[in-house]
Every structure is written in C-alpha cells, then in structure tokens.
Design a protein around this ligand. Structure first.
Ligand SMILES: [Zn+2]
Length: 354
C-alpha cells in the first residue's frame, strides 16, 4: 500500500474518537521500530521528519527508507509528514520528495526563530494549502507559538508565556482563511526534554501546566463555525518518563530531573478533538538509555549492531505503549486507503462548493 494522507488518518481518528502518534525519525532504525509496532498493533501512524532530519539524512536517504518501509509493511497505513516547515519552498521540497503531508509553521518567520505576524502566518499557510491540496497532500498550520527550542527551531519562549498561546477566537478565522486540514495549538507545551525545570520542595520535577481550557474553547468555536470534529494537534507532547531518564543516568548520563506532559492531559485533549500527538523526545531518551547500557556494561563491544539493535528495540517498546495509550492501536484495517489523486479531487470539489 502506498503512503496515505494525514487528512484521512485524522478524519478516521475523529470518527473513532482516538489520537494518532506522530513520531519523528532521522534514520533506518527509528523507521523500522515504528513500522514494526504499527504492523503488530494494526495502528495507523504518522512518521514525521523535521528540516534537521532531512538535512541529517540528506533528503534522499529518508525518502528511500520510507519507500522501503511501505514495501516491507504493506498493511500499515502510514502518512509521511514534514514537521515545522519554515517556508513554502521547504514544503514544496517535501511534496516533491513524496511526503503526503506538510506542516507550514507560519507562527515563526522563515528563520524559525522570530515570531511572525498573524497576517504573515495566514498568507504563507494559505499559499502552502493551495500548492499542497493540488497534489492531495495534507497541511498542518500553527497558531500561537510553541515554547522551547528543538533542532534550532523555536522562539525560545518561556514555559509560562501566555501572550503566544492560541487565541480561540482567532482559530476560527485562521482555519477559514487558510483551508488547513489540522491546527497545531500553543497551549503551553514546549519542545525538548526540559519543559519546565520547576521542582517542588523535595526536588521532584513538576509538569508544565497546560491551558487545557483553550482546547475546549477552540473545539467548540470551530464546531459552531461549521467545522465539527476539526482535528487539533498537540506538539511537544513527550511525557519524559522518569524510568527512561533513570536508565540514561544509571549508565553514566547526566540528564536533569524533569517531567513532560502527563498522559491524563493528552487524554483530556483527545476527548476534545486532539487527533495528532507529536512525540520525539521520549524516543530519543529511550534509545540513548539503551545504547548507554550496552556500552557501559560491555565496554569490550565495538560492533555498532550491538547497541543499535537494543536502541531500536527500546524505541519499538516505547512506540507500542504510545499507540495503546493514544488509542490508535487496532484501527488500521478499519478502512480503505484513499490515494493522493483521489484526495486532490476531493479538495477540488470542496473548493468548488464554497
Ligand atoms: Zn513541534
């Protein structure tokens, strides 16, 4: 089965009331781990690559690895998504590479650091929608700006920054003016492992306090404006489990005590229209812990497979857990895949109907 569109995955998830994990990849082992988990659990899945990942893999390797992935796991419904595209040119590059979905992050200017104006965001996002939908490719937009910096991307906003949270009134206008397929929310989540660096009096890490009420407001505003069940996206949603950080530190790592987004917050979101949940950091920590363990316990080893295999295994286990938690497990074979060309026709018909 060729890759499917994110639009279809999220529409089906909305019908079923579950969330879909969007997992970041840079290399073969990560793709293998995610695809194996998806196949075994019959889970539709989104695999995403950031600009940094595309640079690391020199674009062509990632494209060919994903082609191998769908050939090896023909039963898996997988969308390939560009994470945080910084300009229409970058999105076009991804579409030309065969991505079935792109994110145009117009919350920041093309440098990926400076906060962009609302008008700029609407303009570049609408431009990408126009270009992508012709090919049947889905588009994610972002309104408000996320905290943290990852892979050099981000404005570095503080965790308690409220000025750049998604405005529930503006969300409707943004969806209407751009024609996006899903909307990334800024509700206090941030990228990376250290989301708050706040601790209680006993030194235990505290989780970020998310503006969950905004999810509710945005969902109901969109529904009232004629966008029922509009798919919302949570970025920076790693839970940063203490057990994983402990493994890293037990074998010589020096990660600070930290806490990510609790599953209860993610569940709250899923119950109110969040359909795509971005997870990168947890996978990084799981793999690093596995590698450290091997190298520390068996310093005589020098075959990269000796540590790449356990790293891949650790990611596979983590992804399986996420797929069960988000609810996507068991839904992959419920529906037939819609091709990109069929999706392009649907977009054209929708446009004509407006
Ligand atoms: Zn993100």
């Amino acid at each position: 089965m060729p890759m499917v569109t994110m639009r279809q995955l999220l529409e089906e998830a909305a019908k079923g009331g579950y969330g879909i994990g969007a997992f970041n990849v840079n290399n073969m082992e990560q793709i293998q781990a995610i695809m194996r988990a998806a196949e075994e659990l019959d889970a539709p899945v989104i695999i995403q690559a950031s600009r940094g990942a595309l640079q690391y893999s020199e674009l062509i390797y990632l494209k060919k690895l994903m082609e191998a992935a769908v050939e090896r796991h023909p039963g898996v419904k997988v969308a390939l998504h560009l994470d945080h595209g910084n300009s229409p040119e970058t999105c076009k590059q991804a579409i030309d590479l065969g991505f079935t979905s792109v994110m145009m992050d117009g919350s920041l200017m093309a440098d990926g650091k400076t906060i962009g104006s609302y008008e700029y965001n609407v303009e570049v996002t609408a431009e990408v929608v126009e270009m992508a939908h012709k090919h049947g490719v889905s588009v994610e937009g972002e309104l408000g700006a996320l905290g943290g910096i990852e892979d050099g991307h981000g404005a570095g906003l503080a965790v308690d920054d409220e000025e750049h949270l998604t405005d529930p009134e503006q969300a409707v206008d943004f969806v209407k003016k751009t024609g996006i397929d899903c909307l990334a929310l800024a509700i206090g989540t941030s990228h990376g492992a250290y989301k708050t660096l706040r601790y209680d009096k006993d030194g235990n890490a505290l989780p970020p306090s998310l503006a969950l009420d905004r999810i509710e407001k945005i969902e109901s505003n969109l529904a009232a404006a004629g966008y029922p069940a509009f798919p919302l996206v949570m970025h920076g949603s790693s839970s940063v489990p203490g057990e994983l950080v402990d493994v890293v530190n037990k074998y010589g790592g020096k990660m600070k005590k930290t806490m990510g987004v609790p599953m209860s917050d993610i569940r709250f979101g899923i119950e109110r229209g969040v359909r795509k949940i971005n997870v990168d950091t947890d996978g990084r920590i799981a793999m690093t812990g596995a590698v450290r363990k091997v190298l520390m316990e068996s310093p005589e080893k020098f075959d990269p497979r000796d540590w790449l295999k356990p790293a891949r295994e650790a990611l596979y286990e983590l992804i399986k857990g996420k797929m069960k938690d988000f609810g996507q497990a068991g839904h992959g074979s419920e529906y037939e895949a819609v091709s990109l060309s069929e999706m392009a026709k649907r977009y054209e018909a929708e446009k004509a109907a407006v």
